[in-house]
Design a protein around this ligand. Structure first.
Ligand code: C5P
Length: 241
């Protein structure tokens, strides 16, 4: 099993704040995630900066539309340095296939490595009792498994899920099917809107390949020290697994 990677979500509201974090964390072995806030607010400038720095990037676009539109969006998003892209598994098999195909084609055209496409299963902000209201029968575990099967059939690299589902996913789909887990909260940090959370050590013990951390780092008094603390906690847990 590869060493788990830490993804830092650049969820801040200005380009200056985002590039400030990139500067502050430049020596850390992490992947930067650009999500809605960055993409819609100042995406081009931030992504150009990350590309110039040669930083591995995760573009968390969480695409969900008809297959042709999603394929076109993926083609527009793939560029050097983009290692990970996300689509909603609820968009269905054909939509995810269109994303995977477009990522492969565009990467081939650019002569770069193909980004991994991950299917978002059930958001970690959704509590078990919210599923019924969405018309989704069963608990989070069941829904995640069903959506993960769709993502696997569409050749996604893996799924976005809560650390609580990572262990079962690995057991069922095999170690090569990767799990990317937000909802990470070091002991003692506020949960905010996240409902299905785990510590970095527990997420690594559950087999997570990528841990996504936003506010515990972006809102820390010393983001670099907090990042290093999380990386150390992850490394210790990885040695034990
Ligand atoms: O601040 P926090 O650590 O909760 O940030 C988590 C990040 O992971 C956010 O950028 C959020 O958009 C993203 N994410 C998530 N749940 C998913 C997929 C992505 O929280 N299912």
């Amino acid at each position: 099993m590869n060493a788990p990677r830490l993804v830092v979500a650049l969820d801040v509201d200005t380009l200056e704040a985002a590039t400030g974090l990139v500067d502050l964390l430049r020596d850390e072995d992490i992947i930067f995630k650009v999500g809605y806030e960055g993409l819609f607010g100042f995406g081009d400038a931030l992504r150009a900066r990350l590309e110039r720095d040669g930083r591995p990037t995760f573009v968390d676009a969480k695409l969900h539309d008809i297959p042709r539109t999603v394929g076109a969006a993926v083609r527009a998003l793939v560029r050097p340095g983009v290692e990970i892209l996300t689509v909603h598994a609820l968009g269905g098999n054909d939509m995810m296939l269109a994303a995977v195909d477009a990522a492969e084609e565009r990467a081939r055209d650019l002569g770069i490595a193909t980004p991994k496409v991950f299917g978002v299963t059930i958001l970690t902000s959704i509590a078990p009792e919210d599923l019924n209201e969405l018309g989704l029968r069963g608990g989070p575990g069941e829904n995640v498994m069903r959506l993960a099967a769709l993502a696997r059939d569409a050749h996604c690299a893996g799924v976005v899920c809560s650390p609580h589902e990572s262990h079962d996913l690995k057991r069922y789909f095999g170690a090569d099917f990767q799990t990317l887990c937000p909802g990470i909260r070091p002991a003692g940090t506020p949960h905010g809107d996240q409902k299905r959370v785990a510590t970095p050590a527990d997420a690594v013990a559950a087999g997570a390949d990528y841990l996504v951390v936003g506010r515990p780092i972006t809102e820390a008094g010393d983001p670099a020290a907090t990042t290093r603390m999380i990386l150390e906690e992850m490394a210790a847990a990885a040695r034990a697994r």
